[in-house]
Write a protein that binds this ligand. Structure first.
Ligand code: GLN
Length: 285
């Protein structure tokens, strides 16, 4: 970005930043410019308005320009800021974990509709699902697994930030390989994108999210096969499974769970009306 002649106000810088982002093809340039400005200034989003008429200090100006430049290169805002809000709480993230998505909040909502005390989160990533459930259910305890040790490092930090670390255990596991115990609920947002679709993903996703969190390199269904196969041995009586799915996978995933002997399987939609979660119950004994 070219440097400004003379100091500009925060508002002027935001407008200029938004124009540059939009010219680079970023859809929500103004929204992103505002968020990047709050980070450059070190203020809360709800305080930004109070600073709009101030001259932007030089250090913050440089930082804001650097952030805008990174955004032009299609780095997601959450990566630039080092975290994002999920279900109203701030989750740190980095290139080792999937950037939490708002669609995943629907899985949390569904989990909270019923009672549970113990739960397992397979492929926890940033820990956003497990830690949110622990924060919402103060009596619950969790086992959170991931195949990536780097992911677990971030998840543990997030658990500490949300005072959930004493009720969470973290374990490196390839699906159920190192999982022991029984749980009232098993949740997962596995890598479900078909490898053929990876080249068509938005640059933010391709560049921002680790491939291991996006695809199984097979057909996008490996996680569901593993969970349908392994979950029965780790669920309490009347235990429940909730898995996030790609919007076109509902029927296939429901079939996998039904074939594995689960009952009362249901497909739930996200706020955009797209299939997003499959729910299944352990066979009553
Ligand atoms: N929801 C992510 C996306 O569509 C994919 C996450 C996943 O594979 N679990 O970009």
């Amino acid at each position: 970005m070219s440097s400004a002649v003379g100091a500009k106000t925060v508002q002027e810088e935001i407008y200029q930043g938004a124009r540059i982002l939009e010219a680079a093809g970023i859809a929500y340039g103004m929204r992103d410019a505002r968020r990047l400005m709050t980070a450059a200034l070190g203020v809360n989003t709800d305080r930004l308005t109070l600073h709009l008429r101030d001259d932007l200090p030089e250090a913050a100006r440089r930082l804001f320009h650097e952030f805008c430049e990174r955004r032009v290169q299609r780095e997601p805002v959450s990566r630039i800021l080092g975290g994002r809000l999920f279900y109203g709480r701030w989750f740190k993230n980095n290139p080792h974990v999937l950037d939490p998505r708002p669609e995943t909040e629907i899985l949390v909502e569904l989990a909270l509709l019923r009672d549970f005390e113990t739960f397992l989160d397979i492929g926890t990533g940033s820990g956003c699902i497990a830690i949110t459930l622990l924060a919402e259910r103060r009596q619950a305890t969790a086992l959170a697994s991931d195949i990536s040790g780097e992911a677990l490092t971030i998840a543990k930090e997030n658990a500490v930030s949300h005072a959930a670390s004493t009720r969470a255990c973290f374990v490196i596991s390839d699906w159920f390989a190192s999982i022991e115990g029984h749980f009232d609920l098993i949740v997962s947002n596995p890598p479900y994108i078909h490898p053929d679709e990876i080249p068509d993903l938005e640059p933010e996703v391709r560049k921002g999210d680790p491939l291991i969190a996006l695809t199984d390199h097979v057909d996008g269904l490996t996680g569901y096969r593993e969970i349908a196969r392994g979950a029965q041995n780790h669920l309490s009586e009347n235990g429940r499974v909730l898995v996030e799915i790609g919007s076109m996978q509902g029927q296939q995933v429901q079939n996998l769970f039904e074939q594995a002997g689960f009952v009362d399987c249901a497909i739930h939609q996200d706020l955009d009306g797209r299939d997003r979660v499959v729910e299944a119950f352990a066979q009553k004994t």
